[in-house]
Ligand binder design. Structure first.
Ligand SMILES: [Zn+2]
Length: 193
């Protein structure tokens, strides 16, 4: 539907306007735009991240957020050790293209750098339940019950909060989306991101 596409396009433009005017003084430590992932220095990811909305939380009161994740503000949501980074629960980039998931509080989880790099762009559910990850967490001293609790708490958070991915083809229109993919391919080739 044309009207719907137009409205979506407008909403997207509003989002971009909001990004430009954001007060970045929020207490929540957002991931750096240039370092959303360690590997984001690749042009490939930069291309995808350039069109991904980046929204810091609108309030400093994030008690609800930590309560729903079942952690304190300085804990890693995945392993309960000290956190020193922030992970996108749903990755922003897959196969070199933006997934439609965005950077906002509903898609972020405080974590330690080890969990962050081990998870990478993997799907949370399959990564967390994988034997390798369970063995790693057990070796760190987590009980099976704690691992199960982390898993179900984060799954609940995902189902309740993570917005549906943006459908760039609908938002931008097929022509612009094709142009975006074409330009990306022309500039960075087909390397996986
Ligand atoms: Zn961790």
């Amino acid at each position: 539907m044309k009207t719907k596409g137009f409205l979506l396009a407008n909403n997207h433009l509003n989002l971009l306007d909001m990004l430009r005017s954001y007060d970045m003084s929020s207490k929540f430590k957002m991931p750096g735009k240039a370092n959303l992932r360690n590997r984001s220095s690749t042009i490939n990811n930069a291309f995808a991240i350039a069109i991904t909305p980046y929204l810091p939380p609108s309030s400093d009161n994030l008690d609800w957020y930590y309560a729903e994740l079942g952690i304190t503000p300085d804990q890693c949501g995945y392993c309960l050790q000290a956190s020193n980074s922030v992970d996108h629960i749903m990755p922003l980039v897959r196969n070199g293209l933006p997934t439609g998931y965005i950077t906002n509080i509903y898609n972020l989880i405080p974590c330690c750098s080890t969990c962050n790099s081990k998870k990478g762009a993997k799907d949370f559910r399959s990564w967390y339940c994988h034997d390798d990850n369970v063995s790693r967490l057990r070796a760190m001293g987590l009980s099976i019950e704690q691992i199960q609790e982390r898993y179900s708490t984060i799954c609940r958070f995902i189902e309740k909060h993570i917005p549906k991915p943006l459908d760039y083809e609908t938002i931008l229109g097929k022509e612009k989306w094709e142009e975006y993919k074409h330009r990306k391919k022309k500039n960075v080739g087909t390397a996986q991101g």
